[in-house]
Design a protein around this ligand. Structure first.
Ligand code: ARG
Length: 269
């Protein structure tokens, strides 16, 4: 079994201080079901503390009232080699988050591109070594994949999502290391499955039970893989590959259709 080495990461997160579900833009969101902001905060705090315990640097963006989904920082941008591709959201409920995240970066001296095409940040644009795996079908447009490739300077591989429950790429696929991924094959169309099989013949394949507890909405530092604790079978598969899975409870945030990766935007200098 190959030895695994963690690389310290730099993340951006947003406390769910205004968390609620008062609109529905994915099948997980039911505004009729009450949410509990304190529970969301307590669960999120555990994740925040865990990243720091593992030696990662976490920066925070101020949560804005009236933007309950702002906790899902992964959607706020895509950051590669110090370049920030801003986000442009599909639905009006989240539109204002794009400029809010872009301002955070500009205020700190980062170079930010205001996107021309709809892209929901690392929700659909996952950096895997020298390439970017890019989702489309529900949120991010394929034209945004070309925009990401030219601005970020990495080869972009388009993958089409077909199951509305897995509406962002990061709900169906996670990058474990530069050249290792895990994914749920039925979330993709046949052509994309063929691409994934060719590029990643040794990928960890997640079953339906793992996918539906958002097991793929995970963050890896190359050795530790933080994932929803309910994904016990997937954790076992990761352990067999030499990773250290660490389960966390983010079930309150799952009511909005998000978990570990959704809360975490990686900042790559
Ligand atoms: N309610 C949010 C939405 O539907 C959840 C976003 C989850 N983020 C993610 N990276 N998958 O847009």
């Amino acid at each position: 079994m190959s030895p695994r080495t963690a690389r310290p990461r730099h993340y951006l997160m947003c406390r769910p201080a205004h968390f609620t579900v008062d609109y529905s833009i994915n099948p997980w969101m039911d505004p009729a079901k009450p949410t509990d902001t304190d529970t969301a905060l307590a669960q999120w705090d555990e994740l925040y503390a865990l990243f720091q315990r593992l030696g990662h640097t976490v920066e925070l963006i101020d949560p804005l009232p009236g933007m309950p989904d702002m906790v899902f920082a992964a959607n706020g941008a895509t950051v590669v080699d110090g370049r920030v591709l801003g986000a442009r959201f599909r639905y009006p409920e989240r539109t204002a988050e794009g400029p809010a995240y872009a301002d955070w970066f500009r205020d700190r001296g980062w170079q930010v591109r205001d996107p021309e095409q709809i892209n929901e940040g690392e929700g659909d644009l996952l950096v895997a070594g020298d390439r970017i795996l890019a989702g489309t079908g529900f949120r991010t447009e394929t034209a945004a994949h070309a925009e990401a490739q030219s601005f970020l300077g990495r080869e972009v591989v388009t993958l089409r999502l077909v199951d509305p429950r897995y509406y962002h790429l990061d709900t169906a696929l996670a990058v474990l290391d530069d050249d290792e991924i895990m994914y749920h094959p039925p979330a993709f169309d046949a052509e994309s499955r063929a691409v994934l099989e060719r590029l990643y013949p040794d990928a960890v394949l997640a079953d339906a039970d793992a996918a539906k507890v958002f097991g793929l909405n995970a963050v890896s530092d190359g050795a530790n893989v933080i994932l929803p604790e309910a994904a016990t079978g997937l954790a076992e598969q990761l352990r067999d590959r030499g990773f250290t899975p660490i389960g966390v409870d983010l079930t309150e945030l799952l009511r909005a259709g998000g978990a570990v990766k959704c809360c975490t935007l990686e900042l790559r200098r």
